[in-house]
Write a protein that binds this ligand. Structure first.
Ligand SMILES: O=c1ccn([C@@H]2O[C@H](COP(=O)(O)O)[C@@H](O)[C@H]2O)c(=O)[nH]1
Length: 279
């Protein structure tokens, strides 16, 4: 099995050569219907195959949303396995959006599922929740580092409800989100050209209100259907905008099942992002 270069380095190269964009693979029942597909495993397979065919050879990152596959049970997970492997084989980096988080001993099993080479769901990076304590993520940090993978840790999520937890301030004046970002900066210290341990920071925020200089990537969901646009990125991310990976799902996927239309939609978003990140 070949050893992968660190995720941060692989991501930096992908963003620089393919453009700063992540497209989410979110097979909502409403999208399956709009594409003329059944709300069943065959529909799920056709949908995800089409997205991979359209985009995996051109966008930097594809982000399957595990929930939409898991709802079909083992057969849905088998589709997710194929989708992940095919997307990686075509050159996209795959960020598995599964938002795992548990006590350390269980976290180790989640990490084995997504970050151990040879695992059927092996992915380049995984979204994780730090709300059992950042330290509970250590097994995932260690396995990701050992295998050239990355993590995206929920810091300031795109949904309005996130603030009640993430903006809470400790006795020392540090917000919960800032504590997560500080721990990520420590994990990424000295990494070049970019660390492998990223944060999830919604593009929908009115402002970051936190120090985003973590020397790592910032996955920014919320572009498109949740209301954010590329024009919001400089305001939210400031000097860190070059490390942002804006993520859009429904507003690209709604253009399917035409492969050409999916490509055009992704290209439009990538161009918009390039316009604000490259000046
Ligand atoms: O803070 C977060 C973290 C993750 N997500 C996920 O991103 C996509 C967004 O889909 P859109 O269709 O572009 O709204 C979805 O899978 C969420 O679970 C997020 O939105 N916000």
């Amino acid at each position: 099995m070949t050893t992968l270069a660190p995720f941060g380095a692989r991501l930096r190269h992908a963003l620089d050569t393919r453009g700063q964009l992540c497209v989410g693979i979110d097979p909502h029942a409403s999208l399956l219907a709009a594409w003329g597909l059944g709300d069943d495993v065959a529909g799920l397979e056709s949908f995800s195959r089409t997205v991979v065919e359209a985009l995996a050879d051109r966008v930097a990152v594809l982000k399957p949303q595990a929930a939409f596959f898991e709802r079909f049970g083992s057969k849905g997970i088998a589709v997710l396995e194929r989708c992940t492997a095919d997307a990686r084989a075509a050159g996209a980096l795959v960020v598995m959006d599964a938002k795992r988080g548990d006590i350390g001993s269980t976290m180790a099993a989640y990490a084995e599922t997504f970050l151990a080479p040879g695992s059927p769901l092996f992915s380049d990076a995984l979204t994780v929740s730090p709300y059992l304590g950042f330290g509970s993520l250590q097994p995932a940090v260690d396995l990701a580092r050992a295998n050239g993978c990355g993590l995206f840790v929920l810091a300031l999520t795109s949904n309005p409800e996130g603030a009640e937890v993430q903006r809470a301030v400790a006795a020392d004046g540090e917000s919960v989100a800032q504590g997560v970002l500080r721990r990520l900066a420590a994990e990424n210290a000295g990494a070049e050209p970019l660390g492998s341990f990223g944060a999830v920071v919604g593009a929908t925020l009115s402002e970051a209100g936190a120090d985003l200089a973590i020397n790592g990537p910032l996955l920014a969901p919320g572009v498109g259907a949740q209301g954010a646009t590329a024009a919001d990125l400089p305001r939210v991310f400031g000097d860190s905008v070059r490390n942002v990976v804006p993520s859009v799902s429904r507003d690209v996927l709604k253009h399917g099942p035409s492969v050409a239309a999916l490509r055009e939609a992704a290209e439009r978003f990538a161009q918009d992002v390039s316009g604000v990140t490259k000046g």
